[in-house]
Structures are given as C-alpha cells and as structure tokens.
Design a protein around this ligand. Structure first.
Ligand SMILES: Cc1cc2nc3c(=O)[nH]c(=O)nc-3n(C[C@H](O)[C@H](O)[C@H](O)COP(=O)(O)O)c2cc1C
Length: 182
C-alpha cells in the first residue's frame, strides 16, 4: 500500500471479525512498533497480546477492575465481553524507564507512536482496527492485575481484525484551522 495513501486515507474500524493478524503478520505489526522514534532507545513500551482465550482472561481483569473502581453495574456486566470485540487485542503499555534525560512524557509519546505504527502496519497488511481507551485505561486496579509498575501507564487497547464493512472515506479537514505560521 502506498505510504501517503495510508497516511492520508486511513480509517479506524469498530466492527471487527476473524481473521485477525497472527504469525508473520502479527510479527510484522510488532516490528513496526519497535521501529518508532525512541530517544536513547529506552524502549519504553510493552505489548500485552490477547487472542482467543487470552481475551477472556483480559475481560475477567476488566470486570475485576470495574468492581474495584465502583463502576456502574452496566459497566461491570459489559466488562468481560469488551475484549471480545476483535480477534486480537493488544494492550499498549507505556513502561516508565529510569532516565535523567528522557522525561516520562517523552517516553509515553513513544508508546503512543507504537500504537499508531501498529494500527498502520495492520492496515497495510489488509486488516483493520481501532485504538480504544475508556475507563479501563485509567484503572490502577487493572494496571495491578496486568503486573504493571507504579509509573507504567496503559496507552490504549488496539483492537485488530478484519473490518465487517469497508470504512467510510475520511473527511477532508482544512489545515489552516489547525496551523499558525511563525
Ligand atoms: C488515545 C486514544 C484513545 C481512544 N479511545 C477511544 C475509545 O475508547 N472509543 C472510541 O470509539 N474511539 C477511541 N479513540 C478514537 C478512535 O481510535 C478513532 O480514531 C476514532 O473512532 C475516529 O476514527 P478514525 O481513526 O477513522 O478517524 C481513541 C483514540 C486515541 C488516540
């Protein structure tokens, strides 16, 4: 796929089904994440991969986190099925690395770039996906259940699979609305 076309026309897909990326395709997607800009090569990320029953295990953690956070009953009920919305869910973790030079924000931006790179690689391979957050991203209990350290932060959940329908074309935005020339 042409790189500019991918950049300019990419869309997210909410409704996803099997097949999802596996094997070589998944490895290509992970390699794209490992190639993002990364100051001092701290590799401030970790990718928690859930497919098949792994998604059910993640869903059970979502449920426990929903209860711990005192989320409404509808959220608690819905939690176990959230990761089942795609054949593959990658929890993108911004891992906090010790550094006197690279600020935590810079490290977290690297993890964000990794999420974007993986979504783009998935699209280039013919899959679709969506980067999600919601309350689980900010649940400290979920962080504990995933064995994350105090300053680690979930950067999002990348849902990947095959789009159930082709996405609508992206609207054109006027760059002047978001630009100032200095
Ligand atoms: C950090 C982050 C978190 C997001 N969380 C959600 C989410 O929880 N639910 C959702 O529908 N979209 C979420 N989005 C937006 C989607 O990923 C997507 O960009 C949006 O649906 C617009 O579609 P498009 O990418 O085709 O423009 C999030 C995006 C980012 C960058």
């Amino acid at each position: 796929m042409d790189a500019l076309k991918l950049l300019l026309e990419r869309r997210s897909s909410k409704a996803l089904e099997a097949p999802g990326p596996q094997g070589e395709a998944l490895e290509t997607i992970l390699q794209a994440a490992l190639r993002v800009p990364d100051f001092l090569e701290l590799r401030p990320y970790e990718f928690l991969i859930a497919e098949g029953e792994g998604r059910e295990r993640l869903g059970r953690k979502f449920r426990e986190a929903a209860i711990a956070a005192g989320r409404p009953e509808t959220d608690v009920k819905r939690a176990p099925s959230m990761p089942l919305r795609a054949p593959l869910v990658i929890t993108v973790v911004a891992k906090a690395r010790e550094s006197d030079t690279v600020d935590l924000l810079e490290q977290r931006m690297t993890a964000g770039c990794a999420a974007m790179a993986m979504q783009m690689a998935a699209l280039a391979l013919g899959f679709g996906g969506i980067w999600r957050s919601g309350w689980p991203m900010f649940s400290r209990r979920l962080h504990e259940l995933l064995d994350l350290a105090k300053d680690d932060q979930i950067a999002g959940f990348l849902y990947l699979g095959t789009p159930k329908k082709p996405p609508e074309p992206a609207p054109r935005v006027d760059s002047r609305d978001y630009t100032r020339w200095l």
